[in-house]
Design a protein around this ligand. Structure first.
Ligand SMILES: Cc1ncc(COP(=O)(O)O)c(C=O)c1O
Length: 497
């Protein structure tokens, strides 16, 4: 301990004064355990009797509590928690990347965020609570642990996991790939960052659906992209409205458009591939929840139709397993393979080996398939329940968009302007019900009110309670008379520069 004795009077009083000074300066915070008298005597080269006398003196004055032998603790009137002096604020000279990150990144804006204190939340993107999965996952980690190499991981990902992923998505999503095409990444988030770094220069045009996954938009913006929103209708992104000259990159969710749920039609898929081919552009296919198909045959991946190596297929385990895993993959087109590997190298040398090994075991054993079947059944049940409850309690006030997969529905509220929609969300919040506006998914927010209604985070029993509460909140905002009605709320998306 850094104490200076002042050579003034008896040694025990010098030591008591030095300790009081340390308390006053905040170096000895309230609650701090003082070294034992033996340790203190050794450190300061004093006799133990001197230290015991100093501690007794401080105890008598109320600066410390406790007894010799059981520890002495600071209780001084001044000593707060020890806080190092704040570092001087350096002159800010950020990079362009950092300035854009500050501009576009809202750190609280995480998909599925549940505000504190809510009884019910129509969270989206949150996996179904599944205790069996937790137990299975612990088993896989335990099984994998003794075999995991402690050295740095392979940049491209564990061969066993690349093999398991390539087999799985070839079979279930029709993706054309071999294990050598797979790059294991830290979720879609890292996939998009790497792709943007490899492909984009400042100011390059990037097309994305309008509405779209707002996190993808943010990643593209912080990498300097100029975004062009392409409206979505019931057949997905309106590819015929893609800009001319062609954009460098298009981000699209063809199997289950986020958030509307539309499926990109076969004609538009072919048209988009042709557009990329002619313009030497690239397509990111985000297949985030294509596995959860409820009432139709699975829609195959766009990548399957790609004959020119222009599609970067991106998958994630965030929805099919859990987002805390932070694992996903890119199926790399041959032309970008080396660049993507180099980008991954500069980021982190590769994802954590232990989780990769556990995941490889989980997929290879067939447990992943079983888990997907179970979750899909549960999700279908909840989706049907939510749909029928909304119809029963909210009747013709809502237009629920057609969606055959995933974990949420989009419901538009007829004739409710966006400002009134915000008031509805606030009113629901006060009643401990969290609602989620579709507006953040737009470059140009719509004039009407749309809600993303997740059904994965609530049990059927909770859904049965949450929907009537939602209907009560909605009733606080009566429907407008025919003359006051605005335009229908659907597809108000506009193209934007
Ligand atoms: C459209 C879309 N893509 C991807 C993801 C998954 O992202 P990540 O893998 O970074 O967790 C989500 C999660 O909400 C999503 O909504």
């Amino acid at each position: 301990m850094d104490l200076v004795l002042d050579d003034n009077g008896p040694l025990y009083l010098q030591l008591a004064r030095a300790l009081k000074e340390a308390m006053a300066a905040g170096r000895l915070a309230n609650g701090t355990r003082l070294p034992s008298s033996r340790e203190m005597a050794y450190d300061l080269n004093l006799s133990r009797t001197t230290v015991v006398a100093a501690y007794e003196h401080l105890r008598a004055e109320g600066f410390i509590t406790g007894r010799v032998g059981s520890g002495s603790y600071v209780t001084s009137p001044w000593a707060g928690p020890v806080r190092p002096p704040p570092p001087r604020r350096a002159v800010v000279a950020q990079s362009a990347f950092s300035r854009r990150t500050r501009e576009f990144c809202t750190l609280g804006n995480i998909p599925g965020h549940r505000p504190p204190g809510m009884r019910y939340a129509f969270q989206f993107g949150t996996p179904v609570v599944n205790t069996a999965l937790t137990a299975q996952w612990v088993r896989e980690l335990t099984r994998a642990a003794p075999y995991v190499q402690p050295n740095y991981p392979r940049i491209q990902g564990l061969p066993a996991l690349r093999e398991a992923v390539s087999r799985h998505i070839s079979r279930t999503r029709g993706v054309a790939c071999t294990p050598d095409d797979v790059l294991i990444v830290g979720g879609t988030q890292q996939a998009l960052s790497l792709i943007a770094r490899v492909l984009l220069e400042d100011g390059d045009e990037v097309a994305l659906e309008e509405p779209h996954y707002f996190t993808a938009r943010t990643i593209l913006q912080v990498h300097g992209a100029r975004l062009v929103g392409i409206p979505v209708d019931r057949d997905g992104m309106q590819v015929e409205r893609m800009p001319d000259p062609a954009v460098k990159l298009t981000y699209v969710t063809p199997s289950h458009q986020f958030p509307t749920g539309a499926v990109l039609s076969h004609e538009r898929r072919l048209a988009l591939l042709e557009y990329a081919r002619l313009g030497s552009g690239w397509i990111v296919e985000d297949d985030y929840d294509g596995e959860f198909r409820h009432d139709q045959q699975p829609v195959q991946a766009l990548q399957q139709l790609d004959r020119d190596g222009r599609v970067l297929y991106v998958g994630s385990f965030s929805k099919t397993l859990f987002p805390a895993l932070r694992l996903g993959y890119i199926i790399m087109p041959p032309g970008l393979r080396d660049d993507l590997l180099a980008a991954k190298w500069t980021d982190d040398f590769g994802c954590a080996s232990m989780d990769q090994a556990a995941l490889a075991g989980f997929i290879a054993s067939g447990a992943y398939d079983r888990h997907l079947r179970q979750v899909t059944r549960k999700l279908a049940e909840r989706r049907n329940l939510l749909r029928s409850l909304l119809q029963e309690h909210c009747g013709d006030r809502l237009e629920i968009m057609e969606s055959h997969s995933g974990m949420h529905l989009v419901a538009w509220i007829h004739d409710m302007p966006a400002a009134e929609g915000d008031a509805l969300i606030r009113a629901a919040h006060e009643r401990k019900l969290a609602l989620y506006s579709i507006a953040p998914c737009y470059l140009q927010p719509p004039e009407g009110t749309g809600l993303i209604m997740g059904f994965s985070a609530m049990s059927p029993a909770e859904l049965r309670e949450a929907v009537p509460l939602f209907a009560k909140c909605l009733a606080l905002f009566p429907r407008r008379a025919a003359g006051e009605r605005g335009r229908p709320a659907l597809y108000l998306a506009r193209s934007s520069g």
